[in-house]
Design a protein around this ligand. Structure first.
Ligand SMILES: *[C@@H]1O[C@H](CO)[C@@H](O)[C@H](O)[C@H]1NC(C)=O
Ligand SMILES: *[C@@H]1O[C@H](CO)[C@@H](O)[C@H](O)[C@H]1NC(C)=O
Length: 346
């Protein structure tokens, strides 16, 4: 902003013979311009925020726009001066509303902890974010990819973002979907999360986008398929890379740090309960996938009170799955993912 206003001041400096009243008017103008610049600067999201939780990024706020198109929900947000467009594809049982916090502009939004952090990270890095719900429980790979291609193109045109690089991130079923979509829509690069892609079913052309695999090697079978697909892509001359997401130990305030609305006290109590009931080991690691254990029953029988049980159980489960690191959406590798996108934009 300041740079911009300096630029517009330059011509004034060049004229040396200004009468005094004109100089005064100019001075007032300069002051107003500077004040406006500072005012706007205060509002602008900082782009240098590292690890983000709900409390450390107060400058980026959710104010998504929602539209119903081609029978599905389309939800997006465009930051000031966007530098790229990111299409996000959820996994099975996911929906566009999972990526956005509940707010007056999106009363039905869910804001799952990892999904919302990916969006906040995107907006911080000046990526416009576009989310679309799949028609069924999971994505399908025929007509649906043409419909979604149409929605993305319509949206880009409507918002006049044609000049920006387009990238995509798909998780699980969304990862397969993005791998197919990339054959009929031009992405500058893509990220497939916890998904090996459908590379045995598609024609991989020379211009297939650079592909980053973000995966959880604890899922050994998938790890193997990803290694095979990376080889296939590499042999076609496509730039590929992988980011491995490993399990990590829980700590008393972990859930409070990552789930808005879970305070430290509840977080610590929950951690204690999981430890006492043997869901986590002495070092804090999950013994099993959150989906496979009856921690919800144990929690419901405990004296821990949540503001909204249905929502929080879903959010907590995601974080427990993340710590177990077998198959879950993850925002912990956002830095690497966005570095990948940004290094493949020309
Ligand atoms: C999506 O909706 C638009 C506007 O209603 C329509 O023009 C377009 O044909 C639809 N696309 C598909 C693939 O049905
Ligand atoms: C939670 O808060 C209650 C009452 O304020 C306190 O007695 C308890 O020790 C706290 N528990 C934890 C784990 O911090």
């Amino acid at each position: 902003m300041l740079k911009h206003s300096n630029k517009s001041l330059k011509p004034w400096h060049r004229s040396h013979k200004c009468p005094v009243p004109v100089l005064i008017v100019l001075l007032i103008l300069i002051i107003v311009v500077l004040m406006l610049s500072f005012h706007n600067n205060g509002k602008q999201p900082s782009s240098s925020i590292g690890v983000m939780t709900q409390s450390s990024d107060p400058l980026v706020q959710f104010h998504p726009t929602i539209e119903f198109r081609n029978g599905t929900d389309v939800i997006w947000q465009i930051p000031d001066s966007p530098k790229a467009v990111l299409f996000l594809a959820h996994g099975c049982n996911g929906q566009a509303v999972n990526f956005w916090d509940r707010s007056p502009s999106c009363p039905d939004c869910v804001g799952l902890p990892e999904e919302r952090l990916i969006v906040l990270h995107s907006l911080n890095r000046k990526f416009a974010v576009l989310t679309i719900s799949s028609a069924g429980k999971c994505w399908s790979f025929g007509k649906e990819s043409l419909i979604v291609k149409g929605i993305i193109q319509w949206w880009i045109e409507k918002n006049k973002l044609e000049k920006l690089p387009l990238v995509a991130l798909g998780a699980s079923s969304g990862g397969y979907f993005v791998s197919v979509l990339a054959t009929n829509l031009r992405f500058s690069s893509v990220t497939l999360m916890i998904a090996e892609g459908l590379f045995h079913k598609i024609d991989i052309m020379k211009d297939y986008p650079p592909t980053l695999f973000v995966h959880m090697p604890k899922d050994q079978a998938r790890k193997q398929r990803i290694a095979e697909n990376m080889e296939i892509l590499r042999n076609k001359g496509i730039d590929v890379a992988e980011v491995k997401c490993m399990e990590f130990p829980l700590s008393p305030y972990f859930l409070a740090d990552r789930i808005p609305g879970v305070d430290k006290n509840i977080s610590a109590k929950l951690f204690g309960l999981l430890r006492d009931k043997g869901f986590i080991n002495v070092n804090g690691y999950m013994r099993n996938d959150g989906r496979a254990t009856n921690w919800k029953k144990v929690l419901s029988e405990s004296n821990i009170i949540f503001p909204d049980w249905d929502i929080f159980v879903h959010h907590i489960q995601e974080e427990l799955n993340l710590a177990f690191a077998y198959h879950e959406m993850t925002s912990l590798q956002s830095e690497q993912i966005f570095n990948w996108f940004e290094s493949h934009m020309t």
